[in-house]
Design a binder for this molecule. Sequence first.
Ligand code: SAH
Length: 455
Amino acid sequence: MTKNEMVQVTIEDIGNDGEGIGKVDGYTLFIKDAIVGDVVEAKIIKPKKNYAYARVEKILEPSPYRIEPRCSYHRQCGGCQIQALDYKKQLEFKQNKVRNNLIRIGKFQESEIDGVMEPILGMEEPYHYRNKAQFPFGTDKDGNIITGFYAGRTHSIIPNTDCCLGDAQNEEILQCMLSYMKENGVTAYDEESGKGLVRHALIRIGHQTREVMVCLVINGRKIPASDKLIEKLCKLKGMTSISYSVNTEKTNVIMGNEIHTLWGKDYITDYIGEIQFQISPLSFYQVNSVQTEKLYGLALEYAGLTGRETVWDLYCGIGTISLFLSQKAKQVYGVEIVPQAIEDAENNAKLNGITNAEFYVGKAEEVLPQKYKEQGAHADVIVVDPPRKGCDEQCLQTMLRMKPEKIVYVSCDSATLARDLAILCEKDYKLERVRAVDQFGHTVHCEVCVELCQK
Ligand code: SAH
């Protein structure tokens, strides 16, 4: 195949990043925005030896799984990869992706996986589910201040204040921000020159409480005319916390480490199940509250607690899983790298009158081995919920040495999950149950909960 060549192709499969996969004369094509079942006319963009990347030029026959996407920017925006795919089919894709990774990367037998894997838990309402969004600010060609989302794989901003995965209230908050900036001559940050003030707005809205947090990330140390900003924002329904974060670095990291509260509280409050949580701007908090309750319910079920167990919850964030488990355990220990999150975790324990949960700041791969070697720390159950990169090898080896009866692994990336499970299941542990939970409808991501038992 040569660049710019046009081909007609039937899409037979979905790739890991949501792209359509089809074959022409045994040559594999990866085609963004093509849906499994489509027949498309595609243009070859990047030809390689045995495969090529191509672009949809025309849909000749639409797939029965193709639906009309709600968002008109879904093709440009980097947020949703599979919004045009029927939601049921999205779930099937995610179930298969997890299964395939466990087989391909984890080297588990197909029959073993099929014996333990339960059907994915999907959402009832796969829109407007996100309780958090981070909107970049910039300036368009005509000098107007804009906010929205980054186009896929770039940092150019598509102006859109009305994302259909986010909370409907985001729109009025962003309009307030834009008008405050225009009226007071406040500039937007420009990545190239490193000049300009406002980089991002972080918005969080409590799912049950409807408390609203706005945190501006600025390339400077002060918000000009902050009284004008407060005046506008604090009129909005549910406004609870207005703050700013200082980030003067030339970096892709969104938040700076310093947070200053301008108005209201330093945090918002929300519930997962019966448990109340205080959430600060820098704390990790699951973005889909409805599905999180299902995910933690599953982790609790898989942990099989009776009230006598000592549980370690590694990568505990603000203690969400720890506090959920503490209701049914003798003692829970949480470990987390972000100090502010541990402060929140401790407050959250107090807030809920929970006295059997203790938290440590540090890397799981350092704190756990240290507690085990120096104090002979014991665990009946170990729960891990690491970021996408998975667990550190040192952490996994210590878990194996501690010989807990059960390990519950909560993962947001089934590839690193499969890699880590291969290590855990090499000798002493076996897969007992696996279940995916869809926290991120219209994207290619999902969460997975796994129960491991001693052989
Ligand atoms: N269990 C929590 C948080 C999960 S997200 C919840 O469901 O809300 C993963 C967490 O791991 C984040 O809070 C992140 O700050 C933390 N983290 C990242 N690397 C870590 C490490 N090496 N050791 C401990 N915590 C880490």
